[in-house]
Design a protein around this ligand. Structure first.
Ligand SMILES: C[S@@+](CC[C@H](N)C(=O)[O-])C[C@H]1O[C@@H](n2cnc3c(N)ncnc32)[C@H](O)[C@@H]1O
Length: 407
C-alpha cells in the first residue's frame, strides 16, 4: 500500500519487461501486503487461530474472514495450510471515493502489472453496499479500461476481460462500501475447500472446511482415536487424517497466484518441501470411518486414497446403533442424516434423540462433535462443556456442536 502511494506521486517511466522483474524484486518481494482470508461466517475464530499457528502477524478478524499482513510466502502458506478458509484475497488498493473520477484514476494507478499476466484473462466482480458508486456494469468497464491504460503506459501487452467460454481467469473484486472502495485479487483460484480428493460423494457431503471446523471445535489434534460412524464419502475422517499427519489440505493444489508475474517459485517450492518434511508418515492414533450403506464406503475409500491418507483410515460397513467403541476414549465426529437433504426433519430429530441415548450408553468420556440441522436438538445429546457455532451450509444454517459425553 505504501508502494501504491508512491506510485500516485511519481507516475512510472515506461519500463521494459526486464525492468518489471527488477521492480517486482524491489517492490513486491520484500514487502508486507494486506491479505484477507475468507471463511464462512461463524468460523472466523478458527481461521484466526490457524493463521496465528502459521506465525502470521497483524491478524484482524472481521465478519466472514480474517485480515492479515504478510509477504508472498505468507499467502502461499495460507493457501496451502488453512483448513477453514475458502480463499485468500490480496487487498491491492483501498481508497476513499468522493466522485466517479476517483475510481477512474485508481483503476489505472493500481500496480496491476505485478499481479496480472500480460495478455492474460481477468474477470471483474463488483459488489456494492450503501456505496456512492453505482452501476456495476460501468464500474467493470472503467476497471478494464484502467488496467489496459496502465499496461500500455508500461509498454506491456494488456490482459483482457475473459470471454464467457474461458474457464480459468484471474478474478478481480471491486467492493464499494459507503465512501470506500477496495480492489482485491483472488490469490487462490478454485475455492480452497475443494481440496481435490473428493471426486465421489453421496447425497449430502459435508464441505471440507466445515469438516475441519468441526474437528477443531471437537479438540481433535490426532493423538487419540477418532471415529466417524456416518462417514458417507469420508470427508471428516480424511480431514482428520490430514490433521493427524500435519499435512496441509491444499499441498498439491495450483493457486491463481502461481500465474502472477511476481510469483516466487523458489520460495513456494521451499515452503512446500518444509511442510512435506514436517508431516508424519502415518497418523499416530487410529482413525475409523463407517457407514451403514456400502456404496458410501467405496466413495470414502477412493477419496481417502486420492487424499494420500488411505492407509491411515480403517473403513468398514457398520450400523452406528450396533457400534461399540475401542477401549481408549477418543473423539467421535458425525454429520448425521438430517431433514431437507436426507429424509424429513422429524426423522432427523428422532435420529439425534436415538444417537444421544447410544452415546450415553456406549461412549462415556468421549468427546463428540456433531453437525446439527436444528440447534435445539443439542438437548437430545446431553453433552457437557459444549462449544458451538452456527454456519451457513447448502442453503441452510447448521450448528457445529462439540462437547463431552458424561462419564
Ligand atoms: C449427511 S450424510 C454424511 C455425509 C458425510 N459427512 C460426507 O461428507 O460425505 C449421513 C450419512 O449417515 C449414514 N447413516 C444413516 N443412518 C446410519 C446408521 N444408522 N448407521 C451408520 N450410518 C448411517 C448415511 O448412509 C449417510 O452416508
Amino acid at each position: 500500500m505504501q508502494d501504491q502511494n508512491k506510485e500516485k506521486q511519481h507516475p512510472p517511466a515506461t519500463p521494459s519487461p526486464i525492468n518489471l522483474q527488477r521492480r517486482i524484486k524491489q517492490k513486491v518481494w520484500p514487502h508486507a501486503w494486506p491479505w484477507f482470508a475468507v471463511c464462512k461466517p461463524g468460523v472466523e475464530d478458527i481461521c484466526l487461530s490457524e493463521l496465528a499457528g502459521l506465525e502470521i502477524e497483524n491478524l484482524d478478524p472481521q465478519p466472514g474472514g480474517v485480515g492479515f499482513e504478510g509477504g508472498l510466502e505468507d499467502a502461499y502458506a495460507a493457501n496451502m495450510w488453512l483448513r477453514t478458509s475458502s480463499r485468500v484475497l490480496l487487498r491491492v488498493n483501498d481508497f476513499r471515493v468522493r466522485r466517479w473520477d476517483d475510481l477512474v484514476r485508481q483503476a489505472s494507478r493500481t500496480t496491476w502489472e505485478y499481479f496480472l499476466q500480460p495478455e492474460g484473462a481477468f474477470t471483474i466482480q463488483v459488489s456494492l453496499t450503501d456505496s456512492n458508486l453505482k452501476h456495476t456494469g460501468q464500474i467493470a468497464d472503467v476497471m478494464a479500461q484502467g488496467i489496459t491504460r496502465r499496461f500500455k503506459e508500461l509498454g506491456l501487452a494488456p490482459p483482457l476481460p475473459a470471454r464467457p467460454d474461458q474457464s480459468s481467469s484471474q478474478v478481480i473484486m471491486v467492493r464499494g462500501v459507503d465512501r470506500r472502495c477496495t480492489f482485491s485479487l483472488d490469490s487462490s483460484g478454485d475455492n480452497l475447500h475443494k481440496r481435490g480428493y473428493r471426486l465421489a460423494s453421496g447425497k449430502a457431503p459435508l464441505r471440507e472446511d466445515l469438516a475441519a471446523a468441526l474437528l477443531w471445535i471437537s479438540g481433535y489434534s490426532g493423538d487419540v482415536p477418532l471415529i466417524d460412524p456416518m462417514c458417507g464419502s469420508g470427508t471428516l475422517a480424511i480431514e482428520a487424517a490430514l490433521i493427524a499427519r500435519g499435512l496441509p489440505p491444499c499441498l498439491d493444489r495450483e493457486f491463481a497466484m502461481h500465474s502472477w508475474p511476481c510469483h516466487r517459485e523458489a520460495a513456494y517450492g521451499h515452503l512446500k518441501k518444509t511442510f512435506e518434511a514436517n508431516a508424519l508418515d502415518r497418523a499416530p492414533a487410529r482413525i475409523m470411518a463407517s457407514d451403514n450403506q456400502a456404496p458410501a464406503l467405496k466413495f470414502a475409500r477412493d477419496n481417502a486414497e486420492r487424499a494420500g491418507v488411505g492407509a491411515d483410515i480403517e473403513i468398514g460397513q457398520q450400523d452406528f446403533f450396533q457400534l461399540t467403541p475401542p477401549d481408549e476414549p477418543g473423539v467421535l465426529v458425525a454429520n448425521p442424516p438430517y431433514g431437507k437433504r436426507i429424509g424429513s426433519v422429524r426423522q432427523g430429530e428422532r435420529f439425534i434423540q436415538k444417537m444421544g441415548a447410544h452415546l450415553r450408553n456406549n461412549f462415556p468420556g468421549w468427546r463428540v462433535g456433531v453437525v446439527l440441522y436444528q440447534t435445539e436438538w443439542a438437548k437430545y445429546l446431553g453433552l457437557r462443556n459444549t462449544v458451538r457455532t452456527t454456519v451457513p451450509h447448502g442453503g441452510v444454517k447448521v450448528t457445529l456442536l462439540a462437547g463431552e459425553v458424561p462419564a
